[in-house]
Design a protein around this ligand. Structure first.
Ligand code: MTE
Length: 330
């Protein structure tokens, strides 16, 4: 496993040159650049056994985040660098979205101008040793971003293929070290009817949009917290500044514009399951043989380009990701 940014390897604890590489060094509040003070660093900070323990770096110890100007393009994860189908055109993906806060049809881009995804914070709460609210640029800046090509399957039976940029959710979980009593992760989007007209018009819906995963799902290799698409920052309609992507599940699990991540012992209520429990479950894996109460899921309308807008394909079990996740549901 490659090291994460907050895991400082031994050679970095002893090699001043590496310390001075600003992408990977740590600063202690009030101490200035640690590398310049190598002679007088407390032993516990130089002990690699301590340095690789992320729990030691919560609180006043600061990890130097990479600034947003250096986030894109992120390196491709070789395991997810090809797909069995072409990518959907970027412009098509940006004009065919589900983001019900702004529109109940696909033309979300027309209604999203007033939404400001910056400045933004994400609150980490519930069953964690240190509940805390993070500035989004800090949170993203301390994670290792990577690009992955994923199939994207909506419960409405349309699908796309999208290059997401983000970081594995399990990296965030490693960083915040939830308590052993945490069994679920609950994620919450924003509530602001002044900029999101449907939150006003449909005030009877259970806003804010909420989703949830089991801890095993949240820590699965596939589960990505996404910040960008097509090699750059994510446009607002895809869920800026931070969204979830779980490619083996129907797209509605992929909550956009996350404001809060809470670790819980009980299964959290979710937006669609609250609104229509007989149609939308909590697990919501892509299962071609299980029809939606109102339509079949056996086939999907794959959206590629404007000139060749859709192609009918067989839906794949777990959207083609069975090798990564089927064991979770045996
Ligand atoms: N997140 C929020 N906050 N609000 C939403 O309405 N729609 C979901 C999901 N995340 C939704 C959301 C649904 S139904 C789908 S299919 C995907 O976002 C669509 O993601 P995309 O528009 O980037 O393709």
């Amino acid at each position: 496993m490659p090291r994460k940014k907050w895991e400082i390897p031994e050679r970095q604890a002893t090699d001043e040159d590496v310390y001075l590489n600003r992408r990977k060094f740590i600063r202690r509040a009030g101490l200035g650049t640690i590398g310049l003070l190598a002679g007088c660093i407390p032993e516990k900070l130089l002990n690699p056994a301590t340095l690789v323990d992320p729990t030691k770096y919560l609180g006043p110890t600061i990890i130097e985040p990479i600034p947003p100007s250096e986030w894109y393009p992120a390196p491709t994860n070789d395991e997810f660098s090809t797909l069995d189908r072409p990518l959907t055109d970027e412009a098509v993906a940006a004009k065919y979205n589900n983001f019900y806060e702004f529109s109940t049809s696909k033309d979300v881009w027309r209604y999203i101008d007033n939404f400001e995804p910056a400045p933004w914070t994400v609150e980490i709460s519930g069953l964690v040793p240190e509940p805390k609210t993070y500035d989004i640029d800090y949170l993203i800046g301390i994670m290792d971003l990577e690009e992955r090509l994923y199939r994207h399957r909506c419960v409405e039976a349309w699908s796309m293929a999208i290059p997401w940029t983000g970081f594995p959710m399990r990296d965030l979980i490693d960083f915040v070290q939830p308590l052993s009593s945490a069994r679920y992760v609950r994620m919450i989007s924003f509530f602001n009817p002044e900029v999101a007209p449907v939150q006003w018009d449909r005030s009877d819906w259970p806003w804010p949009y909420t989703e949830g995963l089991t801890m095993a799902e949240a820590t699965n290799e596939l589960t990505l917290l996404v910040t960008g698409v097509y090699g750059h920052e994510m446009p607002k309609q895809h869920g800026a500044p931070l969204r979830l992507v779980t490619p083996w599940k129907y797209g509605y699990k992929g909550l956009k514009s996350i404001t809060k991540i809470e670790f819980t012992s009980e299964q959290p209520a979710t937006f669609w399951n609250t609104l229509a429990p007989h149609e939308y479950g909590f697990i919501s894996n892509v299962e071609p043989q299980v029809p939606h109460p109102r339509w079949s899921q056996a086939r999907e309308r794959f959206i590629t380009t404007d000139s060749n807008p859709t192609e009918l394909r067989d839906t794949l079990p777990y959207n083609g990701y069975a090798e990564y996740v089927a064991h979770l549901y045996e």
